[in-house]
Design a protein around this ligand. Structure first.
Ligand code: M6R
Length: 364
């Protein structure tokens, strides 16, 4: 049942190329975005002025990445909320808002409550869900399924990655129906998105290198993930993966925020992982990495192939293939998923069922 892998988490990490491909092929046909199975018309989509993304855990991290992508490609205002906060904070919603609920299980109590609250206010909902026929899928106005297949490990990997694909496609679609993207730019992005599955597969072929590095840090006390823009979104998911399966304290920080407090935690040997896929922001993150290094941090960097030569400054580097800058989350998260997995295994922990956690959080 684990397809030759020792754990479901590793099996599911390896299922990502197929899950991405299946999701892409469902919503991109003959090189064009096709949301006929979702049922939302281009006219309706074009009329929204604001998008609210509501989710929990990793699905919330998809929302954070999506905010960067959607705001960059469109004129839409995009908010992202934890479902557990949204439902209790008297959110102001108007009819020109579309609320997007993201949930693998479709049964998360807070996400379901947020969906019901939105509907009571007469505002439309679109759900990105993996489990067919789940409560959120049944109750939302529109459903965009992720085609990840069943996900067993508590730590999400392939569902997260397919949720990202759905949000990239919705962002491109919004830009298209609102007339905010040139046809050639859209075509270029559509050509790039279909290449993601094989790029993910190519990163996985080098997993032993990451295992070697993870083994060295299996007894770490703290890990910090830093980045800017979309790289910060990647850091938040990388940090959650690390803490939930390895029980090592970890934090994701917007690199520019370090100086406002967190840098005091850096000691000799503290592992700091810098994510560097956004070329317009990398110089700044690099200088933050330099600052923590001079205070004793041990540095790992995740960067794009051919972008920077980091070996002089960073102790361990993972390069990922180049892609459109909006899609880098899909590639840069892979080494971070592997880090969480290998550290957990090296510590002898139950990687598929970490303590205190459930796959689907159906009570608040
Ligand atoms: O089923 P959902 O996507 O609604 O679940 C949301 C979170 O509980 C989930 O992403 C959780 O954070 C994962 N264990 C993270 O790996």
């Amino acid at each position: 049942e684990k397809g030759g892998f020792e754990h479901f988490m590793m099996k599911e990490i390896h299922e990502q190329p197929k899950a991405l491909k299946d999701t892409i092929n469902t919503y991109i046909k003959d090189g064009k975005i096709d949301l006929s199975s979702v049922g939302i018309s281009p006219e309706e989509f074009a009329q929204y002025h604001r998008i609210c993304i509501v989710a929990c855990g990793s699905a919330y991290h998809v929302g954070i990445a999506a905010k960067y992508v959607m705001e960059d490609l469109t004129g839409l205002m995009v908010d992202v909320d934890f479902a557990s906060e949204f439902r209790y904070r008297n959110p102001k919603l108007s009819k020109d808002t579309l609320v997007i609920i993201i949930s693998q299980s479709g049964e998360t109590a807070d996400s379901l409550a947020a969906l019901r609250l939105t509907k009571e206010m007469g505002v439309k909902t679109l759900a990105i869900v993996n489990v067919v026929g789940s409560s959120i899928a049944r109750e939302a106005d529109y459903v965009m399924y992720t085609l990840a297949g069943p996900e067993i490990a508590v730590a999400t990997t392939k569902a997260y990655s397919t949720q990202l694909i759905c949000m990239y496609i919705l962002s491109m679609y919004a830009a298209q129906v609102r007339g905010e993207i040139e046809e050639s730019a859209l075509d270029h992005m559509l050509q790039e998105i279909v290449l993601l599955p094989e790029k993910v597969a190519s990163i996985l072929t080098d997993k032993e290198r990451i295992q070697w590095f993870a083994n060295k840090f299996a007894s770490a006390h703290d890990v910090f993930f830093i980045g800017r823009g979309l790289d910060y979104a990647i850091c938040q998911e990388g940090s959650l993966k690390m803490k939930e399966v390895s029980y090592i304290h970890s934090e994701a920080y917007a690199a520019g925020e370090l100086k406002h407090g967190t840098i005091s935690l850096i000691e000799d040997g503290t592992l700091v992982i810098g994510v560097l896929t956004q070329s317009h922001l990398c110089e700044k993150t690099l200088s933050n990495m330099q600052e923590v290094k001079s205070r004793g941090a041990y540095l790992m960097g995740v960067a794009e192939n051919g972008s920077y030569y980091l070996e002089d400054m960073v102790d361990f580097v993972v390069y990922v293939p180049k892609t459109d800058p909006h899609f880098t989350t899909t590639l840069a998260i892979i080494p971070l998923q592997l880090m969480g997995y290998y550290v957990s295994v090296a510590r002898g922990l139950d990687v598929d069922k970490p303590r205190n956690l459930a796959k689907s959080v159906t009570v608040e």
